[in-house]
Design a protein around this ligand. Structure first.
Ligand code: G1P
Length: 279
């Protein structure tokens, strides 16, 4: 069964400068929790408790966040502030965390390949923490995908319909519908111009990958933007075997930019913070 979840987190977060100059973008708070914590909670809710993070220079705050702060805990022990740390303590108690560094930014495919020593030869999930995904009506997005993996035993990518003018921000797929919200991928293009896009179904930052993807990434030449694109490796996997795109249930906020970040903040304030579910 899937136990591991990989978080590529070496990127510079240039869309959020200057906030991200000395702080990892994954540590940007959405109300009271850093983005990556939402991702790890989603992973744990899906039963994935072996968390692997691909970090880079200037990202040490990530490791400190997923660790015990004895001074702080000692300071607030016995006060009503202890409740603020209940959620993060649960993650520390129930998950293991391992890290590796990506020394050069060569694209998402390269970042995932960098995580290979932490993953080994088993299927795993990938979460891009700046896509914050929530589903108020049931299972989280990763849990929905894990359920699908159990049934299909192949790579699953989460997709959503986007405005056709926005295809140049995403990996875009096309394929044949094989069930409710399920598409067997035939074609896949990284960040196509609207006129070149095979559809308006965009990949968002949730993947379940079978481990043969590592070899396919190794064989992938630099693509869009001169980077090793996971989308290109996935297309090979789709052609040789099977990749399923899944129109997930729930909402996704693009917290890599100001607009989505503010929307996510308002949403989480309303649905989690005000209702006392934020810790
Ligand atoms: C990456 C992927 C892209 C995917 C997107 C989802 O792009 O390359 O295929 O659609 O994540 O957020 P990035 O946003 O890192 O440029």
């Amino acid at each position: 069964m899937i136990k591991k979840c990989l978080f590529p987190a070496a990127g510079y977060g240039t869309r959020f400068l200057p906030a991200t100059k000395a702080m990892p973008k994954e540590m940007l708070p959405v109300v009271n929790k850093p983005l990556i914590q939402y991702g790890v909670e989603e992973a744990l809710d899906a039963g994935l408790n072996e968390i692997s993070i691909v970090t880079g220079r200037g990202k040490r705050a990530l490791e400190d966040h997923f660790d015990i702060s004895y001074e702080l805990e000692n300071q607030i022990k016995g006060t009503d502030k202890e409740k603020y740390l209940v959620g993060i303590r649960r993650l520390l108690d129930e998950c293991s965390f391992s890290y590796t560094r990506q020394t050069q930014m060569k694209g998402l495919g390269h970042a995932i390949l960098t995580g290979r020593p932490l993953i080994g030869d088993e299927p795993f999930a990938v979460v891009l923490a700046d896509d914050l995904c929530v589903n108020l009506d049931g299972k989280g997005v990763l849990e929905q995908m894990v359920d699908l993996y159990k049934k299909y035993r192949c790579t699953i990518v989460a997709v959503q319909e986007v405005d056709p003018s926005e295809t140049n921000k995403y990996g875009v797929i096309a394929g044949d519908e094989i069930g409710d919200g399920l598409i067997r991928v035939r074609d896949m293009v990284e960040k196509p111009a609207p006129e070149d896009a095979p559809s308006n179904l965009a990949i968002i930052g949730r993947y379940i990958l079978t481990p043969d993807i590592f070899k396919l990434i190794e064989e992938t030449e630099p693509g869009k933007g001169g980077e090793i694109q996971i989308t290109d490796a996935l297309l090979k996997q789709a052609k040789d075997g099977c990749v399923i795109a899944y129109k997930f249930k729930g909402q996704r906020f693009d917290c890599g930019g100001a607009e989505g970040y503010i929307e996510a903040t308002n949403f989480c304030f309303e649905h989690f913070y005000k209702t006392g579910k934020a810790y």
